[in-house]
Design a protein around this ligand. Structure first.
Ligand code: PRP
Ligand code: ZN
Ligand code: MG
Length: 226
């Protein structure tokens, strides 16, 4: 078992869409921090709650490994990595604790604007580019479609123009990226937003009380916002 800890450590995105709103939300819960010189670690001053600034994709793994206690990450990242771990026969060790009401987007299937879209069955035997292979595979299985999943880590939207794929499955926020690439969204696989992620099992030391306090303040802050 991991050694008992008396401070709570929360992983948040270092830079990117969720970075500023995540910090603002935690600040509105009455927290403030002193930053390390490299700005990767923020030491909690008003509460024993520290921040680790990391890549969003690393957050579920940091929770699973017990390196961080909680994290603020997109539901899309959390569910993709959960699906990937389950697919590899691993037991889930993180889950969504709260939806946070910012960073809203959806994981959508998109096809060229010229495509006459009628139903998902048109994807049979086609290639679909995505950074979300687990979520896409789950959806294809539910729909009973056999298609080829092409995994790309970025710039998924240019794959159809390069002849690398017939469709894409990517996050859509404003829709500007799809439009700029002459693609149109045709199916929604997942509605996503920023979430507070934590372990499946409760904390068995003082971190449990700290997490309860944080959740009470978070729920209060979220009520005021909505
Ligand atoms: C996402 C997604 C699209 C873009 C969609 O990428 O992959 O590229 O946002 O947003 P829009 O509908 O408002 O145009 P993100 O900026 O999160 O970065 P990444 O692709 O590097 O992960
Ligand atoms: Zn990312
Ligand atoms: Mg992108």
């Amino acid at each position: 078992a991991a050694p008992a800890r008396d401070r709570l450590r929360i992983a948040i995105q270092k830079s990117g869409r969720l970075a500023e709103p995540a910090r603002a939300l935690l600040s509105s819960c009455g927290m403030s921090w002193r930053e390390s010189r490299d700005r990767l670690f923020c030491y909690g001053e008003t509460l024993p709650v520290d921040l680790l600034l990391v890549r969003d994709d690393d957050i579920p793994g940091l929770i699973a490994d017990g390196v961080c206690d909680l994290g603020i990450v997109g539901r899309n990242v959390l569910l993709e990595q959960d699906g990937d771990r389950r697919g590899n026969g691993r037991v889930p060790s993180f889950r969504e604790w709260r939806a946070l009401g910012f960073g809203g987007c959806r994981l959508a299937l998109a096809v060229p604007e010229s495509c006459d879209w009628r139903s998902p069955s048109q994807l049979a035997g086609r290639r679909i580019a995505t950074s979300y292979p687990a979520l896409l595979s789950q959806w294809l299985e539910r729909e009973g479609i056999a298609a080829e999943v092409v995994v790309l880590l970025g710039s998924v939207e240019i794959a159809p123009r390069l002849g690398q794929a017939d469709a894409v499955c990517d996050l859509v926020s404003s829709g500007a990226t799809l439009t700029a690439n002459q693609l149109k969204p045709v199916e929604t696989l997942l509605e996503s937003e920023a979430v507070l992620a934590g372990p499946v099992a409760p904390f068995d030391d003082v971190r449990g009380e700290l997490a309860d306090l944080l959740l009470r303040r978070l729920d209060g802050a979220l009520r005021i916002r909505h």
